[in-house]
Design a protein around this ligand. Structure first.
Ligand SMILES: Nc1nc2c(c(=O)[nH]1)N[C@H]1C(S)=C(S)[C@@H](COP(=O)(O)OP(=O)(O)OC[C@H]3O[C@@H](n4cnc5c(=O)[nH]c(N)nc54)[C@H](O)[C@@H]3O)O[C@H]1N2
Ligand SMILES: Nc1nc2c(c(=O)[nH]1)N[C@H]1C(S)=C(S)[C@@H](COP(=O)(O)OP(=O)(O)OC[C@H]3O[C@@H](n4cnc5c(=O)[nH]c(N)nc54)[C@H](O)[C@@H]3O)O[C@H]1N2
Ligand SMILES: [Mo]
Length: 668
């Protein structure tokens, strides 16, 4: 991103035209970054709570007063016995996604303190684990070579909405005659631009992938040489797949057997013809109970047909494993001095904030420091999350740009800088370039970078280790150490990492066996299925029951999770919180577009506006975007309905594994 600055004020942001990953293009939401930065509601001074928790009533205080008081509260909590420090929990995730403003100085602070550790699971851990078990890491095809593919399967991703820079390569491939297939319950803006859309039921991707394998096997659309040399567990996988006829999978997926056969034929014949076939998975498909297994099954496909032999063939879920970030240098786990602390799963923050001290759980959580995240809006089962943050005996500090739903519950809100105002180092899960984020304007008001806030807290806690004095440029340099030429990074803004064009053309998977592991001995040792399987959703919608509809809540195009929701020009495009519902499900319930509907299940309910739409298939409804609760009707959002159930692997969330009922609301 490049910023045009006039008289110290950022006027406009645009892409770096020299960076091949974007060619200078930005998505709509990021192009509004100046509007967000100079937003009149930006928090520019430290705030201390004066009203009841959740009321969002604050007074301004000086940095010194805020830091001094926070430090003394934390000291008092940490000094309650040997496990006192574990009563303190950091909570952070996607706000900046940078290595420096994410877990560098903050991690050092919590390591030194001995605080509880956070399990960073809320986005990608099930798929990441499934991919790692199969391929050996978060690795795959190079994103730019999708442009040369002859068959592209976009699986669980609304690329136009959430991965625009990838879509450019798809357009190039399409122009060169590629066939493009989208697998997604929702008829997204991406699905409607593909040649084929397979609108399966949420959480059934594992069954679909196994039935594809079945077809590849019975028609012998296989690359036997690749399988023999570069895979393990073929005989077992073969037997498993032969249990999955297209008819069996079709009944589970809610699509026709013919559609499955045609998908398998397209994929298999590409292999037979020696044409590159590429699968772009994204994290949408792994936010269900069987998410890890679904990713495993899909990740096996290119080894069956030998698609990896081509640089434009294979699969890409994430490239993040390419980035050898020196986490030890940034985060300094050695500051824990050998003491271990329990780990809290960020997905179950609702339950965990409400837990009392116990032998199994350890001490109750008494303080939470939130930065780069808005858990009250984004974590599942909001009623519990809200009840947790509303606890009078919980001490909450939130580092933020705005008074989000979470900040409303804070005892202190500390003003943080934005991307335009601080240094950072960024990695990616699509391309493989290291990026430098250089501040283009001075911090607004009294805002400080997260790093500087934690440096200040460390000082007030009397942490004297010299690492707490490192400045942001030093932190930027230590993120990759000598693995990246920092002067080139400063000169160009990005440095490509050395990666092979066709990483697995000759095997070389970074698994224990060095092969693509159809069968995983590691998983079997953990008591799990050694083969990829179909794991049904926790909540399967069935007609005739109280909750007959599957509910998914994928991102809205103009928001980034719950970020940008308060930027008026973007909110105006999205309109209001919406429920997309099919003509059939709407008419059965007497619902018309524009009606206010109530969406509910045993965990709770929220109201929003219905949009009767062919984006929804029968049996599935969509609540788009993560609206701020306080901007929704009744002050609630989609996560009022989602559960804290976890995925089969990786302890991840199951946002898209949720059943509901919908009715027309009597209230306007
Ligand atoms: N505009 C925008 N861009 C974003 C984000 C955002 O909030 N807004 N979020 C960013 C983040 S944090 C992430 S993690 C990434 C990736 O985030 P992803 O979650 O991959 O986002 P999408 O590409 O929208 O993919 C979700 C798609 O999966 C579909 N889906 C839901 N359930 C299933 C299922 O069971 N099977 C299949 N096959 N599909 C299913 C949804 O209908 C949706 O179209 O996007 C990033 N980019
Ligand atoms: N129902 C449902 N829930 C979901 C999802 C879904 O698809 N459906 N998606 C899930 C996914 S994929 C993810 S990744 C999570 C994301 O959830 P979060 O990690 O909470 O991400 P955001 O909602 O974008 O909130 C980030 C906050 O960080 C703040 N921020 C940004 N930059 C900085 C900074 O430099 N310093 C500080 N202190 N703050 C900053 C922003 O103002 C924003 O309020 O949500 C998950 N929740
Ligand atoms: Mo995410």
């Amino acid at each position: 991103m490049v910023t045009t600055v006039r008289n110290g004020i950022a006027i406009k942001v645009h892409g770096n035209a020299n960076h091949p990953a974007t060619h200078g293009a930005l998505c709509t939401k990021v192009s509004r970054y100046p509007e967000r930065t100079y937003h009149p509601e930006r928090i520019l001074q430290p705030l201390r709570r004066v009203g009841p928790k959740g009321s969002g009533q604050f007074e301004t205080v000086s940095w010194d007063v805020a830091l001094q008081d926070i430090a003394s509260r934390l000291k008092a909590i940490a000094s309650q016995g040997p496990r006192g420090p574990e009563r303190i929990l950091p909570y952070s995730y996607a706000g900046t996604m940078g290595q420096v403003q994410g877990e560098s100085m903050a991690a050092r602070f919590f390591n030194k303190l001995g605080a509880s550790q956070l399990d960073y699971t809320i986005c990608a851990s099930a798929g990441g684990e499934g991919l790692t078990q199969t391929l050996g890491g978060k690795l795959g095809m190079r994103v730019q070579f999708f442009a040369e593919s002859k068959l592209i399967v976009i699986w669980g991703s609304n690329s136009i909405g959430s991965n625009l820079h990838f879509w450019r390569h798809v357009q190039t491939a399409k122009r060169n005659g590629a066939r493009v297939i989208c697998i997604d319950p929702r008829r997204t803006e991406t699905a409607e631009k593909c040649h084929e859309h397979i609108a399966l039921l949420p959480g059934t991707d594992g069954a679909l992938a196994l039935a594809m394998m079945h077809e590849l096997i019975v028609h012998d659309w296989l690359d036997h040489d690749y399988i023999d040399r570069f895979t393990t567990g073929w005989e077992q996988l073969r037997q498993r797949a032969l249990e999955w006829s297209p008819e069996r999978a079709a009944a589970i997926c809610g699509v026709s057997p013919e559609q499955i056969c045609a998908l398998a034929r397209d994929y298999g014949m590409a292999g037979v013809r020696g044409e590159p076939a590429a699968i772009r998975m994204n994290y949408g498909l792994q936010r269900v109970h069987g998410g890890g297994n679904a990713v495993r099954a899909i990740a096996c496909l290119p080894a069956l047909t030998g698609a990896w032999r081509h640089r434009a063939g294979g699969v890409l879920l994430s490239s993040s494993g390419t980035f050898s970030v020196d986490k030890a240098a940034l985060q300094r786990p050695d500051l824990r001095a050998g003491k271990t602390a329990r780990t809290i799963n960020m997905v179950t923050i609702g339950d965990d904030l409400l837990r009392k001290s116990s032998e199994t759980f350890g001490p109750a959580i008494e303080a939470v420091l939130v930065y780069n995240s808005n858990p009250v809006a984004v974590a599942p089962e909001s009623s519990k999350v809200v009840a947790g943050f509303a606890r009078e005996d919980l001490f909450t500090v939130v580092l933020e740009h705005f008074l989000t739903d979470t900040a409303d519950y804070a005892d202190y809100v500390l003003p943080a800088t934005t991307q335009l105002e601080h240094w950072d180092i960024h990695t990616s899960y699509g391309h493989t370039d290291v990026l430098l984020n250089r501040p283009s304007i001075a911090p607004l008001g009294q805002a400080r970078p997260n790093t500087e806030i934690f440096r200040g807290l460390a000082r007030h806690m009397d942490f004297t280790d010299s690492c707490f004095a490192d400045d942001d440029l030093t932190l930027c340099q230590s993120a990759f150490g000598s693995n990246v030429d920092f002067s080139a990074l400063q000169r160009d803004g990005f440095v490509p990492l050395p990666v092979e064009d066709a990483p697995f053309a000759k095997g070389g998977f970074p698994t224990p066996s060095g092969k693509c592991e159809f069968f995983s001995a590691r998983l079997e040792q953990q008591g799990l299925d050694g083969l990829p399987g179909y794991v049904p959703n926790h909540e399967v919608p069935r007609t005739g029951t109280s909750y007959p509809l599957a509910f998914i809540s994928p991102p809205a195009r103009n928001f980034l999770n719950s970020t940008f929701v308060n930027v008026k020009s973007l909110r105006d495009i999205e309109g209001a919180p919406l429920l997309e519902i099919s003509v059939q499900d709407a008419s059965e319930r007497g619902i018309a577009s524009g009606d206010v509907v109530r969406v509910f299940n045993p965990r709770g309910s929220y109201r929003c506006t219905a949009r009767v739409s062919d984006r929804a298939r029968a049996g599935v409804v969509h609540g788009l975007g993560i609206w701020w609760r306080k901007l929704g009707l009744d002050g609630r959002n989609v996560n009022e309905l989602t559960s804290q159930n976890l995925t089969d692997m990786g302890r991840g969330p199951t946002f898209y594994d949720c059943v509901v009922q919908v009715e027309k609301s009597s209230k306007p």
